[in-house]
Design a protein around this ligand. Structure first.
Ligand SMILES: [Zn+2]
Ligand SMILES: [Zn+2]
Length: 270
């Protein structure tokens, strides 16, 4: 009889949930502490503190986020058999050097492909929320309750939006697993999930100090390739435009970037 701890609900379901929750809490505590205590970071606050830390909105964010983490826990445990089928705990992947596995197997290639596909899918979904009124009300309006973001509301959104984000995050790992005959190890999935959460926390931090991609300074590319925290903060403040997550270039291509406080798309429409 298999050991109870080897059940997929423990090895792939509960473990994934614990990694996600502890990763998010760690990011939130560190960013919140730095923002409150380091003068250089405080000086980069984008919107006034009274606006982002209104007591009612902070309490509402707390309730919404607790609700969502319970839902994510249930979702992750239900998805455990699928996770186990697609992502082994250990894999001979890194030893492969020939063929498709050799080409796609490396963590760097996996990570870059994930970054681009995830953010492309996210941006398309995000633009659709804002362009289709009923979809906005149904899926995205809740996240815009907060016009001045702070790190603890980074997970405050409808369950539909969380699920769509989850599909975008997992799309490339699932394709990768299919292409490589189920050799993508679970740790690679955890890595991209944690990076996704870290970027979400930074983009909602309210401080234009941290780079969303951590080591990539968006100014290196004139702010037209990689996103900044202000890029997403402006989205919350001005509502239309700046739909991209990790990359600002999607908005340049779509003509939806916010310039001088207004979306260029809105300017064109007017
Ligand atoms: Zn939005
Ligand atoms: Zn947001």
């Amino acid at each position: 009889m298999p050991h109870p701890l080897s059940s997929c609900y423990i090895t792939h379901g509960l473990s994934t949930f614990v990694i996600l929750l502890s990763g998010w809490l760690t990011c939130c505590f560190i960013i919140d502490w730095l923002g409150r205590n380091v003068e250089r970071i405080k000086a980069t606050k984008i919107q006034p503190y009274e606006k982002s830390h209104d007591a009612d909105l902070v309490n509402l964010a707390r309730r919404t986020v607790i609700r969502n983490w319970i839902a994510v826990g249930v979702q992750t445990c239900l998805a455990a058999p699928l996770l186990e089928a697609a992502f082994p705990l250990s894999s001979p992947l890194n030893k492969s050097e020939d063929g498709v596995a050799g080409m796609l197997g490396g963590p760097v290639c996996f990570f870059v492909a994930w970054l681009v596909t995830n953010d492309f899918l996210f941006t398309i979904a995000h633009a659709l929320y804002h362009e289709i009124p009923w979809l906005y009300k149904f899926a995205h309006k809740e996240h815009h309750t907060w016009k001045a973001p702070h790190v603890w509301m980074s997970h405050a959104m409808t369950f539909t939006e969380i699920s769509v984000n989850g599909i975008a995050v997992m799309a490339w790992p699932l394709v990768h697993s299919l292409l490589l005959g189920r050799m993508t190890p679970l740790w690679m999935v955890w890595l991209v999930q944690l990076v996704s959460q870290l970027i979400g926390c930074i983009e909602h931090s309210g401080y234009d100090f941290f780079y969303p991609l951590v080591f990539f300074n968006p100014a290196w590319f004139n702010g037209r390739v990689f996103s900044t925290t202000k890029h997403h903060d402006d989205h919350h403040k001005h509502f239309q435009g700046n739909y991209g997550g990790y990359f600002a270039c999607w908005d340049i291509i779509l003509g939806t970037n916010i310039e001088d406080g207004q979306s260029t798309y809105k300017k064109k429409k007017a």
